[in-house]
Design a protein around this ligand. Structure first.
Ligand code: HEM
Length: 270
């Protein structure tokens, strides 16, 4: 009799994961795209966007693709939220704008932590996946381009808001009564910092996978060495320039010598 090998445990599990699955609590079949959740989230389309197992060049390709796809979704959302913030700033709805910037900041931090997952990709596996990427470039990312454009709009909206209030950016940190505007600017700066941190994390990812050196070129021929210069470019230069301006006007007078007693001298009112 012919000896037919039993499928391994892992093979059986892989087959099961293709679905559909009977959910005992619901007594319904999940994975056929017939349920309201699946219809609203459009899971049939969404989950068909990744290369199927039998066509993957490496088991890690699913992770590589899923992280890239999720990054695009988060970038899309980030750009959308920034555009909404522009509308709120133009309507002088500062509380709403501030609440939304909190959301924007959480999203920017999420982008960075997601890249951490991709950092587990080891260089030899990336060398394999890389063969199927054509001559694609990060500059071709729709989300990256949208976020850059939305940030420009945000900076212009801030300029309009400050102009309506008759305030120069540097004055925010010296004149009393401008706490709402100051808070908003600090939130924008938080966003800018988080965004640059995302690009810095991406730089380390590139360094870990293909290396950064004059000899290392991206698939589109761009040397990886260009990345550090680009990742340091802020979204809102005006807010960083304020710090430089303040430091230029800083004077040492009025402080205490290190180690000097700060207790009031005898007879001096406290
Ligand atoms: C192993 C994973 C990755 C590698 C090896 C990699 C590699 C590179 C390289 C070499 C560049 C510079 C040349 C160019 O513009 O194409 C670049 C740029 C870029 N990548 Fe990636 N990347 C990876 C993952 C990602 C992910 C997940 C994103 C998320 C959207 C991303 C977004 C970008 C963007 C926006 C740029 C342009 C940055 C700039 O020009 O300052 N990359 N990437």
């Amino acid at each position: 009799m012919e000896d037919i090998a039993e499928p391994s445990h892992v093979e059986l599990l892989r087959r099961q994961l293709r679905g559909p699955w009977h959910n005992m609590l619901l007594d319904k079949w999940v994975g056929r795209g017939e349920l309201d959740y699946e219809k609203y989230v459009r899971t049939p389309e969404l989950l068909a966007l990744q290369t199927p197992p039998e066509q993957r060049v490496s088991p890690d390709e699913l992770m590589f693709q899923a992280v890239h796809q999720s990054q695009e979704l988060w970038l899309k959302l980030l750009a959308h939220e920034c555009v909404e913030t522009v509308g709120e700033l133009d309507q002088d709805q500062l509380w709403e704008a501030s609440a939304r910037l909190e959301r924007v900041n959480r999203m920017a931090r999420t982008l960075t932590s997601q890249l951490g997952v991709l950092e587990t990709l080891t260089p030899e596996t990336y060398q394999i996946i890389r063969r199927s990427l054509g001559s694609g470039s990060g500059q071709e990312s729709p989300g990256y381009n949208a976020v850059g454009l939305a940030a420009q709009g945000l900076e212009e909206a801030l300029t309009r808001l400050l102009w309506r209030r008759g305030v120069e950016p540097a004055v925010l940190y010296s004149r009393p009564g401008l706490a709402d505007l100051k808070r908003l600017c600090e939130q924008l700066l938080d966003y800018d910092e988080s965004y640059q941190l995302w690009l810095y994390t991406h730089y380390q990812l590139v360094r870990r996978t293909i290396g950064v050196d004059a000899s290392v070129k991206a698939l589109d021929g761009i040397p990886t060495r260009v990345l550090p210069g680009r990742m340091m470019k802020p979204l809102f230069p005006v807010l960083w320039a304020v710090r430089v301006e303040m430091t230029a006007h800083w004077r040492r007078e009025g402080g205490h010598a290190p180690g000097e007693s700060r207790a009031p001298a005898k007879g001096e009112a406290s």
